[in-house]
Design a protein around this ligand. Sequence first.
Ligand code: ZN
Ligand code: ZN
Length: 103
Amino acid sequence: MALQLRPNCEYCDKDLPPSAPDARICSYECTFCADCVETKLFNVCPNCGGNFAPRPIRPTNPWRPGVCAVNQPPSEKRVHLKFTLEEVAAHSMQIRSVPPQER
Ligand SMILES: [Zn+2]
Ligand SMILES: [Zn+2]
């Protein structure tokens, strides 16, 4: 299965197309923009408490037959926070000082 490549930042709703260099994901593919990860979430996913990594960019050219963003298109389902901004901030505050490998 390919990564879902969700279309937006869950926090600020910024568009994050498959070519976006500033898309960040957690291990569950929760997707945010780099700015929100750095200034709002402090590298704590509001959904799972895990950290983030840059989302790889999916090639648009089929360098191998059948393998590209045309054959495995991005998700069109926009995702939004399930928690209030206050809840997200409290959650991050509680977890951010714990290194990801110890969460
Ligand atoms: Zn954002
Ligand atoms: Zn997550």
